[in-house]
Write a protein that binds this ligand. Structure first.
Ligand SMILES: [Zn+2]
Ligand SMILES: [Zn+2]
Length: 247
C-alpha cells in the first residue's frame, strides 16, 4: 500500500474541494479573512509524507498553505505548527533569524507523528513584505536596537495571521489541536478565534553548528558567519528552545 493512503483519502479530498468551492463566510478576526481550499496533492518530502493543501484568500489574494501529515479530518488533538513565511530564513538559510531551524524542526517532528499539520502563513515579516523586512535589517545595521528594529519589522501586528490559521484549522475540519509552540500567547489568541487547544508542545531545535554559535556566543567569540549579526530576530514570535548536545 502506498504511504499516502494514510493521508486524506480521494473521497475526502473531493468532498473538501466540493464544500470549499463556494465557501465565503463572514471571515475571522479583525480583518475578516476567509480562506477556502482550492487544491490538494501529495507532497512527499525529506521530512516525511505530506499532502499540500492550497488555500485561496478572498480578501488579499495571499495563497496560504497547509502541509498535512496523516489524516486530520474530524480528529481531536492534532499537532499543529504555525509558521510565518520567511524567504530569507526558510529558503536562504539566513542566520539573522531562527526561521529555517524552526521550520525544519517542526516538519521533522510532525513527519514522525501519526498526524499533524504545518500551517505556512504567507506573511513575510509579519505581513510587511520582503522589501520592508530588508529595510528593517538595514536599519539595524545603522544602529537601531533589536526592539526598535522589531517594531520596524511590524512584529506587533500579528493578529491577522492567527485568524487565518484559525480558519485553516476549521477548513481542515480539525476538532482540537495540540499547538507546537514555545509562546503560550499563540494559544490564547487561537482560542479567541474559537479553536480548541488541548495542549502546548514545545518546539525543540536540535543543535547544529550554527545555533551552537548562537548558544555559545556569550562564552566564545562569534563564528565568522555570525560576526555581522548583532542579535538574531525572533521572527516566528517563538523563543528558540535548543536541545543541548553535540551538533
Ligand atoms: Zn470562510
Ligand atoms: Zn526569519
Amino acid at each position: 500500500m502506498k504511504e499516502s493512503a494514510k493521508g486524506l483519502t480521494k473521497k475526502e479530498i473531493v468532498d473538501l474541494l466540493e464544500k470549499n468551492r463556494d465557501h465565503d463566510c463572514d471571515g475571522i478576526g479583525r480583518d475578516k479573512i476567509c480562506v477556502r481550499i482550492v487544491a490538494i496533492a501529495d507532497l512527499p518530502s525529506k521530512y516525511g509524507q505530506f499532502q499540500a493543501v492550497a488555500f485561496f484568500n478572498n480578501r488579499d489574494n495571499k495563497e496560504h498553505a497547509a502541509l498535512v501529515h496523516g489524516n486530520v479530518i474530524d480528529q481531536e488533538e492534532v499537532i499543529v505548527r504555525l509558521h510565518s513565511e520567511c524567504l530569507t530564513g526558510d529558503v536562504f538559510g539566513s542566520l539573522r533569524c531562527d526561521c529555517h531551524d524552526q521550520l525544519v524542526a517542526a516538519l521533522r517532528t510532525i513527519g514522525k507523528m501519526k498526524m499533524g499539520v504545518l500551517i505556512y502563513l504567507r506573511q513575510e515579516g509579519r505581513g510587511i513584505g520582503f522589501s520592508n523586512k530588508i529595510k528593517a535589517y538595514a536599519l539595524q545595521e545603522e544602529g537601531l536596537d533589536t526592539k526598535e528594529a522589531n517594531i520596524a519589522l511590524g512584529f506587533r501586528d500579528d493578529e491577522r495571521e492567527y485568524s487565518v490559521a484559525a480558519h485553516i484549522v476549521k477548513s481542515l475540519k480539525i476538532r482540537s489541536v495540540r499547538l507546537m509552540t514555545n509562546n503560550p500567547r499563540k494559544i490564547t489568541e487561537l482560542e479567541q478565534y474559537g479553536i480548541k487547544v488541548t495542549e502546548r508542545i514545545p518546539l525543540i531545535i536540535p543543535p547544529n553548528k550554527y545555533n551552537r554559535f548562537y548558544l555559545e556566543t556569550k562564552e566564545k567569540k562569534f563564528g565568522h558567519l555570525l560576526e555581522d549579526v548583532a542579535e538574531r530576530f525572533n521572527e516566528q514570535m517563538d523563543a528558540p528552545l535548543f536541545k543541548r548536545g553535540k551538533p
